[in-house]
Design a protein around this ligand. Structure first.
Ligand SMILES: Nc1nc2c(ncn2[C@@H]2O[C@H](COP(=O)(O)OP(=O)(O)OP(=O)(O)O)[C@@H](O)[C@H]2O)c(=O)[nH]1
Length: 195
């Protein structure tokens, strides 16, 4: 079995309010992320921000945590570090909270690329790699920690050549599922485009 990590620790400055509580089809973004993951993983670790973590509903499967010191607010890599610190599973699926169209179908699709030598499976959509979304092996914990300690917070740098980047525009029937929302305008566009 695997665990899930939902990243909600960002400040959502471009969006204007915490994206965890943005609404898509009558659900908060974080609720949609939980729905996508719940049948695919054991425990879901929501790694959130102290200013609103208390508003997120936890449960038997869903645990809410904040970035572990001393790596708070250092971006998605801090969330990966915290999530991997809590999990006891070999694999996690990490999902940024701002990808409201992802469902379990995408999680399973990416899982099909895991093989023994793989350290991560991440999507590339419309020419852009989404390094904070995908399957991550627990061995990345020590690498994430070392990298945070070195002061380099770039997510992509955590990989050591054993990551698989899947071009979802070529391989997948629903590449728009990997679109991420940064602004309120993008969310309006999505409402117009996707019914
Ligand atoms: N746990 C954790 N998650 C983070 C952190 N920074 C960003 N994230 C999450 O990573 C994902 C991508 O974040 P961005 O969209 O790049 O950043 P953001 O802070 O949410 O938005 P901006 O403030 O507009 O840049 C989102 O799901 C964020 O909630 C962090 O320091 N810790």
């Amino acid at each position: 079995m695997a665990d899930g990590i939902i990243l909600t620790g960002g400040m959502s400055e471009r969006f204007g309010s915490p994206k965890a509580f943005a609404v898509w089809k009558e659900s908060y973004f974080y609720e949609r992320a939980v729905q996508a993951l719940q049948s695919e993983v054991k425990t879901i670790w929501i790694i959130s921000h102290p200013s609103f973590a208390g508003r997120i509903e936890a449960g038997e499967q869903v645990k809410v945590r904040e970035d572990l010191p001393p790596h708070q607010e250092k971006g998605p890599l801090a969330g990966l570090f915290t999530g991997l610190s809590y999990t006891e599973e070999e694999w996690v699926f990490m999902l940024p909270v701002d990808m409201p169209l992802i469902t379990k179908a995408e999680i399973r699709f990416l899982a099909s690329y895991i093989s023994p030598e793989t350290e991560a499976v991440i999507p590339e959509a419309a020419g852009r790699i989404a390094p904070a979304c995908g399957w991550f092996h627990a061995d990345l914990l020590s690498k994430a920690e070392a990298q945070l300690e070195s002061g380099d917070y770039r997510m992509k740098k955590v990989f050591s050549g054993k990551e698989k980047v899947i071009d979802v525009n070529q391989m997948y029937w629903r590449p728009e599922a990997f679109e991420n929302i940064n602004t309120a305008w993008q969310l309006e566009e999505l409402n117009r485009k996707v019914k």
